[in-house]
Design a protein around this ligand. Structure first.
Ligand SMILES: [Mg+2]
Length: 146
């Protein structure tokens, strides 16, 4: 069974490479980005449109995780985001959750927990999209001449 399509966004290249391997072993389709602008660019492309969950590092040079989160939520509002925090950035992760992130994880990420949270986030997205489909169907049935 294939798991959700996710995007891992982190400026630490060896971390991204190691995590990508581990996540792929667990059945996830993994896209990678190494900065906020890189993530936004890739999410706007054909492959990126399949991304259900973004795992987003809080601490990155240039555009940090909070700013990237704001852009992701503005441009791709149905994509779920999990903030990834190192030492001392837990407040930023909590702030991110107030601004639409689904959850947070601390580094080094514990794989069982990460897998569970990604699956939960993907399920939330699917349920949300189903509700939108229902609303669309309702709107068609109840269309009035206005
Ligand atoms: Mg970082």
């Amino acid at each position: 069974m294939t798991g959700p399509t996710i995007m891992l966004v982190d400026d630490e290249v060896p971390f991204v490479e190691a995590m990508t391997k581990r996540l792929a072993k667990r059945g996830f389709t993994v896209l990678t980005a190494f900065s906020g602008p890189d993530a936004l660019d890739k999410l706007g492309k054909e492959d990126g449109a399949r991304v259900e969950v973004v795992i987003l590092d809080v601490k990155m040079p240039g555009m940090d995780g909070q700013e990237a989160l704001a852009h992701i939520k503005a441009k791709f509002p149905l994509v779920e985001v999990i903030m990834l925090t190192g030492h001392g950035t837990i407040e930023a992760a909590i702030d991110g959750m107030k601004r639409g992130a689904y959850d947070f994880l601390t580094k080094p990420a514990e794989m069982e927990l990460l897998t569970a949270k990604v699956n939960d986030a993907a399920a939330k997205k699917a349920a949300h999209e189903a509700r939108i489909q229902e609303a669309r169907a309702w709107a068609i049935v109840n269309r009035r001449g206005d």
